[in-house]
Design a binder for this molecule. Sequence first.
Ligand SMILES: [Zn+2]
Ligand SMILES: [Zn+2]
Length: 179
Amino acid sequence: MSNNEENRRCHFYYKIGACRHGDKCSKKHTRPAKSHTILIYNMVDFPSDGIHPQEFDVLYEDIYMEACKFGPVRSMVICENRNDHLRGNVYLYYEREQDAEDAKNNFNTRWFNERPLYCDLTHVADFREAICRKHDLGTCERGGDCNFMHVRRPSTRIRIDLEKSQAKHWQIESKKPKG
Ligand SMILES: [Zn+2]
Ligand SMILES: [Zn+2]
């Protein structure tokens, strides 16, 4: 890719999957034809007075279990930003591109919290470049308006349990005779 073309790409759209200018952005937002990662826009509603950790664990588990039905998920990220383009966004990185495609098509027909879901493939491949590190340290001065991902994490116990059960499930699945 030429330098010029690189300059015309929207950094936020490519690294974070969402940009505050949306379709009005002066830089290029070109959807990927294939990707390991899907983005479900504004899926999670965070109450203005916050969410109890236990409640969040239940929610996290629900979404994770749904997502795993399409194939092994390598990572799942939920954003607790307050700005419209990142608020409640759920990112899912699948081991296989085909599973991401299937999940995207399915989520686009579904409802959650009485609202239809809207899902797309996204260029985000490395969450380390997209996550606000300051938020993780509790020192992000931009707060909920930050344009990098403010990740809400489940308890370690839930995360480990889910990863284990997923690994076991796909191990059994891959040993099943085909046809
Ligand atoms: Zn943009
Ligand atoms: Zn931040």
